[in-house]
Design a protein around this ligand. Structure first.
Ligand SMILES: Nc1nc2c(ncn2[C@@H]2O[C@H](COP(=O)(O)OP(=O)(O)OP(=O)(O)O)[C@@H](O)[C@H]2O)c(=O)[nH]1
Ligand SMILES: [Mg+2]
Length: 326
């Protein structure tokens, strides 16, 4: 039986092997992903992002159990862009999750991205597709919301949960980095700490400003001006992930967002954009590989030398290289 068939039949060891292939950028992953593709497209893909230490792992852990309690199956990916090793927190969660040992309805995996083709974002998308094809109803993906990684996750999922915590000043930084724009659901975690209410009030006013600005900017010229859709108002929730407070409400918002996406046609749009990103990245990689195969190292080095010597420029050099490939 092929690895893909084993994955579809619920073999979690096969699933783990496929995810390792993806992590390592192993060529075998392409074949597996190709075979799995027809079986995907059913899972609700959810990204959870936020600054280091805001409680992402703790929340994902609690959310996963809440999803299970509802009777749905759940796959969890903790993606670490910085370290080739699993972070302590994730490992700790894994051990805690052993309480659920024997429950095939839950699968947890932390992923680093050594050498994965196309980097973190691509490996994450591929891993999510594998869990989707394996039949999990919900796939939760934790990424640290620092810089690009935080923003890129949104392109890989259907619903993005942005997590903040009181008192760190991270909220201001995050807002500057554009993290609010990608939030479908905004959560203030560590609501048990002082300052949570101020953080909520601050986010509330920022959200309201953003939504007003969008409504004004989008009104007369927007394509949807004459077909008003109910739209989605970003909920602002409070949680204490460490004791599971507010987690059921968060799950309700997740389900509501999925319903909104499905009924508004936005789910189809997001699926298409995900596939477009995957196809474009593959094409870019393949074309670049072809170029590297067809242009000799000497030719490349000579051009580089000429650029450094200012005898030619990078733009003409690329144009000239493009003429070399068929
Ligand atoms: N007081 C309080 N502490 C919390 C809460 N949620 C999580 N924590 C604690 O905050 C710390 C960080 O939690 P993690 O879940 O590891 O945070 P994270 O965002 O996954 O961290 P990284 O993956 O390292 O970025 C841990 O000590 C948690 O126990 C909460 O709601 N209230
Ligand atoms: Mg974590």
């Amino acid at each position: 039986m092929s690895l893909a068939k084993k994955i579809i039949s619920g073999d979690q060891r096969a699933l783990a092997r496929a995810l390792t292939f993806i992590e390592d950028g192993d060529a075998a992953s392409e074949r597996i992903l190709a075979e799995l593709h027809a079986h995907g497209g059913k899972a609700h893909l959810v990204g959870v992002t936020g600054a280091p230490g805001v409680g992402k792992s703790t929340l994902v852990n609690a959310l996963a159990q809440s999803v299970r309690a509802r009777g749905d199956t759940v796959g969890v990916l903790a993606v670490d862009p910085t370290s080739p090793f699993s972070s302590g927190a994730v490992l700790g969660d894994r051990i805690r999750m052993r309480d659920l040992a024997g429950d095939k309805g839950i699968y947890i995996r932390s992923m680093a991205t050594r050498g994965a083709l196309g980097g973190l974002s691509h490996a994450t998308a591929a891993a999510a597709d594998v869990l989707d094809a394996a039949g999990f109803d919900c796939v939760l993906i934790e990424t640290v919301g620092v810089g690009q990684a935080g923003v890129e996750i949104a392109a890989n999922v259907h619903t993005t949960i942005v997590l903040m915590a009181p008192g760190s000043g991270d909220d201001v930084q995050a807002i500057k980095a554009g993290i609010l724009e990608i939030a479908d659901i905004l959560v203030v975690n560590k609501a048990d700490l002082s300052g949570a209410e101020q953080t909520r009030a601050y986010l509330r006013s920022t959200l309201t400003m953003g939504q007003t600005a969008r409504a004004v900017a989008g009104h007369p010229h927007s394509e949807q001006a004459d077909t008003p859709s109910p739209g989605w108002e970003v909920p602002l929730l409070m949680t204490v992930a460490s004791v599971g407070e507010g987690v059921d409400e968060l799950l309700q918002s997740l389900v509501a967002h999925h319903d909104y996406l499905a009924s508004s046609g936005e789910l189809d749009n997001r699926q298409r954009e995900r596939m477009r990103a995957i196809v474009e990245l593959r094409l870019r990689n393949r074309l670049y590989t072809r170029l590297v195969q067809q242009v000799s190292q000497q030719r490349f080095d000579a051009l580089l030398q000429a650029i450094v010597a200012r005898e030619t420029d990078p733009y003409s050099a690329v144009a000239s290289l493009m003429e070399d490939i068929d």
